[in-house]
Write a protein that binds this ligand. Sequence first.
Ligand SMILES: [Zn+2]
Length: 141
Amino acid sequence: MLNRNCNRENDVLRAVASAYIDDDIRSHIASCASCADLLAVASAVADDRRTLIREATIPSSGLVWWRANMRARQQARRVVVRTATLIQIALIALAIVVAIVVLGATPPPIDYRPLLTIPVFAFVAWLILAPVAVYFTVTED
Ligand SMILES: [Zn+2]
């Protein structure tokens, strides 16, 4: 069983990351099986990383700009669709309330005024402010 808790492992990893192994660490690796295994694995990972960095293709600036522009447009579209959906739901609810009122449904004889004051005010304010919010969302560049 190998000693998996050598206190020089960080030095080995640092040396592999910097691609320079000094004589002190090299002599330790020769005498420590755990660090020798760590060196083999870390070197393979570091070589793979360097190869991937060397072979990576950098997209053109136009492609990067186009992707960023498309991502921004899609994000703006999602916000607008979400807001429009909420407005549609509110309008459908309002249409149902208006239909009930027009058809002449009579509410039970309870005094609703204290209960309806703040919710009605909030609903009316939302009905007024929602189109403004949609306007600023759509015209945002
Ligand atoms: Zn060691």
